[in-house]
Design a protein around this ligand. Structure first.
Ligand code: HEC
Length: 193
């Protein structure tokens, strides 16, 4: 079921904002409309990213095999996310996970709040707001689920091909992104508006 959560967090719930409370006016209808639009774009952009990444990855696995597609996940993800960032004028776009493979994808404090909330409430998306110097900033989060196609690289280590496991262990010595099962919560796409 495609439920959508629209949550407004006051700045002091999220991050420390500097003297901005006077600007916060929940009845500001223009801003509410803007936030609904952010939610809509957030869902569209993150679906676009996941679909494109998934397509590129499965094509690479078909053509070059699993082992040679391991690099692709990091190499291709960068230009793709950069392209989307430019196209949609985003402040940031990233995949984030508590059980990460690349430590650069580890969550910060605000990500953790979003990840805990999405998991607890079993929701697909979440909008986080903060106010700084009278300006509103948003982070949109879209949950990523595990599919069977992810398991060759993110499943149980015992069931992984030895060549795949060895290459992942070599490139990512701090890897936490294994032992996932189908439908597990893998992490989030984070978009910054
Ligand atoms: C061919 C192996 C391979 C497959 C298949 C694969 N991944 Fe990955 N995945 C990787 C590698 C390698 C990274 C690290 C990328 C980097 O360095 O940023 C990664 C990173 C990620 C990240 C970023 C967070 C982190 O752990 O660093 C997410 C989220 C992710 N994968 C989800 C998925 C999902 C969902 C699927 C299935 C639809 C999938 N992956 C399939 C190899 C794979």
């Amino acid at each position: 079921m495609k439920k959508l959560i629209f949550t407004l967090l006051l700045s002091f719930n999220c991050v420390q904002a500097s003297g901005t409370q006077k600007h916060f006016n929940p009845s500001d209808s223009g801003r509410i409309i803007q936030e609904v639009n952010i939610l809509k774009s957030g869902r569209r952009i993150s679906a676009d990213l996941l679909k494109t990444l998934g397509g590129v990855l499965s094509q690479s696995i078909r053509k070059k095999g699993l082992v040679d597609s391991i690099n692709m996940c990091s190499l291709e993800a960068i230009p793709l996310t950069e392209e989307l960032k430019k196209k949609h004028k985003l402040q940031g776009i990233q995949r984030v996970s508590e059980k990460y493979r690349n430590p650069l994808n580890a969550p910060d404090k605000l990500d953790k709040i979003a990840i805990d909330y999405l998991q607890k409430e079993k929701l697909p998306s979440y909008l986080q707001q903060r106010v700084k110097d009278g300006k509103f900033y948003y982070r949109f989060y879209q949950a990523i689920g595990v599919k069977s196609s992810c398991l060759p690289c993110h499943g149980s280590k015992d069931e992984m091909k030895t060549t795949v496991r060895k290459k992942i262990e070599r490139i990512y010595p701090q890897d936490k992104a294994t032992s996932y099962k189908i439908d597990d919560f893998r992490g989030v796409v984070r978009l910054e508006f």
